[in-house]
Design a protein around this ligand. Structure first.
Ligand SMILES: Nc1nc2c(ncn2[C@@H]2O[C@H](COP(=O)(O)OP(=O)(O)OP(=O)(O)O)[C@@H](O)[C@H]2O)c(=O)[nH]1
Ligand SMILES: [Mg+2]
Length: 254
């Protein structure tokens, strides 16, 4: 802090001020707009202001700033995100679309009932990596769709910070199986999740709203749902941003 230039310090303090006055739920957007200030120095400034507030007896403000210092600190590290969902919902495609590294391919020729649906299925997991903003690295883990690999779901979900559940809108007979995946995940890890509705370009596709109802979400406790085309890099990146925003809102377990 001592060595920080005066001008730089002012910029950080201004951002802290904005963070304190911005509407609840908008913090992540504010940070996105000030991406160049989301650095270890910001964490330092947040903690120092928090300490000062605490000394002045403003405990809630201090707690709030400390919370954000921890969230930002965490953001600058690696975030592990899982992409789950039934066979052929688009998990491998999603990760291939956004990853900056060659995706570790564990797709094998499908032999069982999956073969009717597609030629190849993931038998271990997909792994991709993505630099998101100057300080943030995302590691993406795609689960295999078939339930005989549920030990792999278990390993991945226990390690993940948050996940996207992909569901194909044109295969309603899989909605019940998808609910099973969701409750499996929920039992193992209480982490932020969003629903990504895929295959909405199919003529048989259900609407996003109806898919959500079929998954058992009726009311305001439902997770955010987005339409996503995993084949499209922009669409997949938008879904990741949606997951990050949601994670910021509900908080990530550190
Ligand atoms: N038309 C259309 N095709 C899609 C969409 N999403 C995925 N696909 C296609 O669906 C097929 C299956 O996608 P995968 O990414 O292999 O599915 P997966 O979820 O990894 O499947 P498993 O590994 O077997 O569980 C691929 O041919 C994708 O290109 C979509 O929104 N629309
Ligand atoms: Mg796959």
């Amino acid at each position: 802090m001592m060595r920080m230039k005066q001008k730089q310090l002012q910029a950080y303090l201004r951002l802290v001020q904005e963070l304190l006055s911005c509407p609840h739920g908008q913090e992540w957007i504010l940070l996105e707009h000030n991406e160049q200030l989301v650095t270890p120095e910001l964490v330092q400034v947040l903690e120092q202001v928090a300490e000062q507030m605490s000394a002045e007896g403003k405990v809630d403000t201090a707690k709030y700033l400390h919370h954000w210092a921890m969230q930002i600190n965490h953001l600058m590290e690696i975030m592990r995100l899982a992409i789950a969902g039934p066979v052929s919902s688009g998990k491998s495609t999603f990760i291939r679309s956004v990853s900056e590294i060659e995706v570790v391919d564990t797709d094998r020729k499908a032999t069982d009932e999956t073969a009717k649906l597609k030629q190849n299925t993931t038998v271990a997991f997909d792994f991709g990596r993505l630099q998101f903003g100057p300080n943030q690295v995302l590691h993406l883990y795609g689960t295999p769709g078939q339930s005989r690999f549920d030990f792999m779901w278990d390993l991945i979900i226990r390690k993940a910070h948050a996940y996207i559940l992909l569901v194909a809108a044109h295969r309603p007979h899989e909605f019940r199986y998808t609910r099973g995946i969701i409750s499996f995940m929920k039992q193992r890890a209480d982490i932020p999740m969003i629903i990504g509705v895929t295959h909405t370009d199919s003529p048989e596709a259900w609407s996003k709203e109806n898919v959500m109802i079929a998954l058992g979400y009726y009311s305001n406790n439902s997770p955010p749902a987005l339409i996503v085309d995993p084949r499209d890099r922009g669409s997949a990146a938008q879904a990741l941003l949606g997951l990050l925003q949601h994670s910021m809102k509900v908080g990530i377990k550190l």
